[in-house]
Design a protein around this ligand. Sequence first.
Ligand code: E4P
Length: 217
Amino acid sequence: MKLWLDTANIDEIREINAWGVLAGVTTNPTLAGKEGVPFEQRLKEIAAEVDGPVCGEVISTERDGMIAEGLKLAEIAPNIVVKAPVTSEGYAAVTELAKRGIKTNMTLCFSPAQAILAAEAGATYISPFLGRVDDIGNDGIDLLNEIVEIYRVQGYTTYVLAASLRSPQHVVDSAKAGADVATLPHSVFKALVKHPLTDIGLKRFLDDWEAYQRALA
Ligand code: E4P
């Protein structure tokens, strides 16, 4: 399962990219709005920084507007993926963008039926929003499991991108479910590293090494 960052913040992207495990980035209008710089400019910076797909979302809600915006976004860099919502207009736009060879990510997916439509439209990625499903008292991982199973049975080639992840457990459960990609906020990416026994173990190794060196001196 590839690990992507869900942010439009270039410092967060540079920090995680330095670990060598970052395979892509998702942004959305909310995340872009936190940055205070023109969106196209930021997407260009991110696309140059990351060796992998970088998703930019369209704002139009009708087919032709989405296509026009998508084509413009795709011109920014070869690794740009156009994000569009799982609406009827979104499916129409993604069908056309796919025909033109543009990579797409269908976002705001909350049902297996929407995921089937995305695959039939030729979307490159489908993004079920696990955390937001949990927020309303349902189980996001159940949704992910259903989509992965349907795609397997049907032989769909659209990649399943687990989104709206809120914790390391979400990441582990997404990997177990067979998601192709998980996109994580910076805080969750950082939390993946942490284990108290690692910190305690490392401290003990370093202390023991120091004692050993002192004994030799
Ligand atoms: C994914 O592409 C979305 O940007 C994101 O995962 C949404 O997450 P949220 O529900 O935490 O806003």
